[in-house]
Write a protein that binds this ligand. Sequence first.
Ligand code: GLV
Ligand code: MN
Ligand code: MN
Length: 401
Amino acid sequence: MTSAGERFARDWAALARIGRDERTGGYRRYAWTAADLELRAWFAGQARHRGMACEQDRNGNQWAWWGDPGPGAVVTGSHLDSVPDGGAYDGPLGVLSGFLAIDELRERGVRPARPVAVVCFADEEGARFGVACVGSRLLTGALDPHVARGLRDADGVTLDDAMRKAGADPAAMRADEETLDRIGAFVELHIEQGRALDAPVGIATGIWPHGRWRLRLRGEANHAGTTRLADRHDPMLPYAAAVLAAREAADRAGALATFGKVTVDPGGTNAVPSAVDGWLDARARDEATLDTLVAEISASARSSAAAHGVDVELCTESLTPGVAFDDALSGRVAAAAGGLPALPTGAGHDAGILSARVPTAMLFVRNPTGVSHSPAEFAETADCLAGISALGAVLENLACG
Ligand code: GLV
Ligand code: MN
Ligand code: MN
């Protein structure tokens, strides 16, 4: 019989080759691209290989069922998409661990009294269309399907077009009470993404409120060699002011603020830009702090834009309230796993979205370097196996107890 370690190594290697950029070693697994379709086929293959029924819901989320799909199900899983040049573990570890935990239970002859499912949520990172957790937000009604269909990627392709091209039906997208009603409890396993966990496995207490904003700055293109500084309307200057303000305001508030994406038009070395668009990611321990942080960054951008004769607009692209995971469920999960250290996180997860509608908890697997959203993201195999065993114990407790 194959050991748990051998099984993990084999399945991890098969998954690890999909969507990997050979040059950077990072993953580019964007929603509704060829890599995404390959990942969907991988998920369906994992289900088939275990004799589990596999279905894709109206919002593009995939479900694999141990037992008949129905109410009271114990659901685990995560996502398979990535940020640009993301790591191997963020998302996939939770999906594969769900399947491997079920293998462990079956090997031990466990017979669940309730259905158990592994889910893979569509487009958790929002790397292509800008809004994170699209699949879980649509499922729970937190994202208007009309707005979702109109989201555009960097090439102007809408989510509607991308789904059609991938053979999915965007017209079917909407809040899905029938699917939601089946979930008795959801437990997501995920790699921990900071340096906050000093044991192989931990449990999440909650998620900081966070959001994404687009800073649109419109100035005037002109010649870099002939336009006097006093005559310029350079949108790069208020952008720079906003970046520095983000760092300073976040530092003062004990919060986090990042400009990780920027586009410059027309993008010529010898031209004053006509437009700069920067995307702000901001997170804080509570909503009031987050509001103040974003207001301060906005004020700095506006005052610099006014000084340079540049038009400015700050649009909210997504806003996710803070989450406190279900106390009763988390207590039961921690006890079933033999007692676990508890920690909050600043990272967003589908579990956070689901927690508004169903009892939800999260397990974290130790991240020895704290690096994530990078090709250098890493977890020791022994810790991954500890996570799978803990998840197995949790699923058994919830599905049999
Ligand atoms: C998701 O990984 C996020 O926190 O942005
Ligand atoms: Mn992520
Ligand atoms: Mn993730």
